[in-house]
Design a protein around this ligand. Structure first.
Ligand SMILES: Nc1ncnc2c1ncn2[C@@H]1O[C@H](COP(=O)(O)OP(=O)(O)OP(=O)(O)O)[C@@H](O)[C@H]1O
Ligand SMILES: O=P(O)(O)O[C@H]1[C@H](OP(=O)(O)O)[C@@H](OP(=O)(O)O)[C@@H](O)[C@@H](O)[C@@H]1OP(=O)(O)O
Ligand SMILES: [Mg+2]
Ligand SMILES: [Mg+2]
Length: 373
């Protein structure tokens, strides 16, 4: 918001500034409440507002710094989104990676998705030194999703067993880097894993290689693969997957096509490991398809709300999506198979409104907090 408010005022002036800030904050909040009631920010031509002499939020800039790959920038910062945001007083500014971050801004919010240890350190250091800036999200919390074992651990801990359905994760086994690939068949047999298995690279680091997945019909062929890996039991789910997008408190569900069921007969006839492409990418949208309702019915809303809320808190993240499947032949047995940080929101229905509302709500809650302290 107001940039003046982001800088810590010198100590002697603090008392006087506080009084002024408080009036400003109350006015801002009143304006914001009115703006929300109207569904959008006022043009500022409202006589009543002029008379009251309020400093409307609309007059205030919300500056969002972003550090994104050019691919992400293209898919996320679409003109329809940036134009709507601008109308609501939100401005996006690219972070210059060649300049020190503290010398840029001031920002109200920073959105980021970049890989590498160097960026991790820069943004963590900035986050600690600038608590007044909302950094979406903390790098350590994001890091938790960069490993396919740790990403699903919170779903296991949740134990959502009686909440309009069951949510678990497929049985999985980690094959560490030190393991000799020839020992994988033995490890799989020892763990009592049921075939077929999905083999996934353990680390997710935004590279194409980390999305290179294999389907294994027999355990011996697994020795062809390169650890570190996660081996996950394949769960039949009728070839349909639910992508559950989370933006703060908002949840949006879309349907995507996925791998078809594998029958016992097929399993007994086939051997080998097969690389498969990104089957559930945006082009595989199943939202308009004529599907069996037993397969396509969305997971129950209360279940998703509970799951999303718990994961938001446990992961400490605002922006992620969950890949969820329904076990074939059941109504309410679900598995989470993947969680992605800052996914392709450009493909989420109505993302422009969802995101602008979310960014404004962050600023609003920061002000409320300031008022009560
Ligand atoms: N355990 C499983 N049982 C059945 N199908 C699975 C399983 N794991 C993955 N799949 C299928 O493989 C696809 C890719 O798996 P996953 O989502 O784990 O990979 P990813 O590379 O992280 O994908 P994303 O592009 O969503 O990040 C899923 O969308 C689903 O179609
Ligand atoms: O490429 P898209 O826009 O589709 O977004 C994908 C995103 O790529 P990006 O972050 O480079 O955009 C992927 O991130 P990385 O694991 O590769 O970091 C991953 O989150 C996918 O699940 C997203 O697809 P979605 O799940 O939303 O369908
Ligand atoms: Mg996935
Ligand atoms: Mg993923």
């Amino acid at each position: 918001m107001s940039h003046a408010m982001q800088q810590n005022p010198p100590a002697p002036k603090l008392k006087r500034r506080r009084g002024k800030d408080l009036i400003f904050l109350i006015k801002g909040l009143l304006g914001f409440a009115r703006m929300r009631l109207n569904g959008e920010i006022s043009s500022g031509e409202d006589e009543e507002e002029k008379e009251a002499g309020t400093t409307m939020f609309s007059a205030q800039k919300v500056v969002v710094g972003y550090a994104l790959t050019s691919k992400k920038k293209r898919s996320f910062l679409q003109p329809s989104f940036t134009a709507l945001a601008r109308n609501k007083g939100i401005y996006f500014v690219a972070v210059d990676l060649n300049k020190p971050l503290p010398e840029q801004g001031p920002f109200d919010i920073i959105l980021h998705k970049l890989s590498g240890e160097e960026w991790h350190e820069i943004i963590e250091d900035y986050r600690q030194k600038h608590p007044e800036v909302t950094v979406l999200d903390p790098p350590d919390a994001i890091q938790h999703l960069h490993n396919r074992q740790s990403m699903l651990q919170d779903v296991v801990d949740l134990n959502l067993s009686d909440c309009h359905g069951k949510v678990g994760i497929p049985r999985q086994l980690v094959i560490t880097e030190e393991k000799d690939p020839s020992s994988i068949p033995y490890e799989v047999a020892k763990a009592g894993m049921k075939l077929p298995l999905v083999a996934k690279p353990l680390v997710v680091d935004s590279t194409a290689k980390s999305h290179e997945l294999f389907l294994a019909y027999d355990e011996f062929s697994l020795s062809e693969l390169e650890p570190p890996l996660v081996l996950q039991e394949f769960v039949n789910h009728g070839g349909l997957l639910f992508k559950i997008y989370i933006v703060g408190e908002t949840i949006k569900v879309v349907r995507r096509f996925s791998l078809p069921n594998i029958s016992k007969r097929e399993l007994s006839k086939v051997a080998g490991v097969f690389r498969f492409p990104r089957v559930s990418c945006a082009a595989a949208s199943a939202d308009d398809a004529d599907l069996d309702p037993n397969i396509a019915e969305h997971p129950p809303r209360p279940l998703l709300e509970r799951l999303a809320k718990e994961l938001r808190h446990r992961l400490g993240l605002h922006l992620f999506n969950i890949d969820m499947i329904r076990e074939y032949g059941t109504k309410d047995v679900f598995y989470v198979i993947d969680i992605n940080y800052f996914p392709g929101y450009g493909k989420m229905p109505d993302y422009e409104h969802v995101f602008t509302d979310f960014l404004l709500s962050l600023v609003q809650s920061k002000y409320k907090k300031k008022l009560t302290t």
